[in-house]
Design a protein around this ligand. Structure first.
Ligand code: ASP
Length: 355
């Protein structure tokens, strides 16, 4: 039996051409993408394709697009052994993180990929990225897919999607996963490190049991709701009380990802702590995430984070801002009134934090 893979084209450079008039890159008809890669016919799997009605540059991605993409995967879940999503690299880490929370107990691979150069370009990185992504999605063992999580494959490395960030707009190696090693490396051989793959989360099942009517907790569950009433507040030296207050009092705001310094440190000015305390008391959830790409928040390590811990801020540990945002949107949508937000945010639901 050959694995059946669904290739979903959402847009991005991989399928773009240069507009002859303006010289700007824009998306083109998906069928032409396959025309550029006849090699796909030689892969040991069956490939079927589908596409967004209007392919987009991933900078236009929003929650509706996440929903469309999630709905496609969910609707076709039983018909395919794996899914490869072609996506612009700009917001690929965001979409990958969001999908990882939307699909609980995944039993199949969902691999996002794209490229820095269009598929028609002589020096393109698109072919290797696409072909290897399909091969990885087709890897089977004991009648089951080896990879059962949402990943990003780019430039010879397979990453857990919710651990990644786009780090480079120039190099082919556009992504990095500073706090979790690559799940697979493509060299002469495709080396999957099975010890690093996600095996499922018991706390996630507990989450399902306690908050949602969920008769078969081990079945794949599609939870597409996301609450977008969130914001990222990045600290910088000189940030004013007026700015912090304005953000913390946005109408209907439900959550703030506070990007702090180093291991979770922030100014000790009384006004700063007072504004945050007030926001917390009004029911807004605030998560402390570090601006550093590598390493983790450790509230209480320095005096400059003691107050944050005392007022009850949630720790993001070593989560990326990208994953923190969609995890917050997901938890707010499924447990809006719950006092357990902190408990679940500080739990690894999809392998997104090291705890
Ligand atoms: N701007 C493009 C996008 O994210 C870049 C890329 O495809 O890599 O859609």
């Amino acid at each position: 039996m050959k694995p059946k893979i669904l290739l979903i084209y959402t847009g991005g450079t991989i399928g773009m051409i240069k507009d002859p008039e303006t010289g700007a890159l824009r998306s083109f008809d998906f069928t032409k993408l396959l025309y550029h890669i006849p090699e796909l016919k030689h892969l040991d799997c069956e490939i079927e394709t589908t596409s967004f009605e209007e392919p987009i540059d991933s900078s236009d991605m929003d929650l509706n697009h996440w929903r469309v993409l999630g709905d496609i995967i969910n609707a076709k879940y039983d018909d395919y052994h794996g899914f490869v999503v072609l996506h612009g690299s700009d917001t690929m880490s965001h979409t990958g993180s969001a999908l990882s929370f939307m699909f609980e107990n995944l039993t199949k691979p969902v691999i996002l990929t794209g490229s820095q150069l269009p598929i028609g370009d002589l020096r393109t990185d698109a072919k290797e990225n696409l072909i290897t992504s399909i091969q990885l999605a087709s890897e089977w063992e004991n009648n089951a897919p080896i990879i059962k999580e949402v990943c990003i494959y780019f430039e010879y490395q397979l990453y857990r999607a919710n651990r990644t960030a786009k780090m480079n707009a120039e190099h082919f190696e556009a992504f990095s996963s500073p706090n979790y090693p690559p799940l697979a490396i493509s060299g002469v051989h495709l080396n999957i490190d099975q010890g690093l793959l996600w095996k499922g989360g018991f706390d996630d099942i507990a989450l399902a049991k306690s908050y949602i009517d969920q008769p078969h907790p081990l079945k794949m569950m599609y939870r597409p709701e996301m609450d977008s009433r969130v914001v990222v507040l990045k600290l910088f030296p000189g940030i004013t009380e007026a700015v912090v207050k304005a953000i913390c009092t946005v109408k209907d705001l439900k959550g703030i990802i506070l990007e702090t310094y180093g291991s979770g440190n922030a100014p000790t000015s009384p006004w700063f702590i007072a504004v945050l305390r007030e926001a917390l008391l009004s029911g807004i959830k605030i998560v402390n995430v570090t601006q550093c790409r590598g390493g983790a928040v450790d509230m209480g390590k320095y005096e400059t984070s003691v107050a944050l811990k005392k007022i009850g801020m949630v720790s993001g540990f070593d989560i990326t801002t990208e994953a923190a945002l969609s995890k917050m949107m997901y938890l707010l949508a499924y447990m809006p009134e719950s006092g357990d937000f902190k408990k679940y945010f500080e739990t690894s639901l999809r392998g997104e934090i090291s705890v």
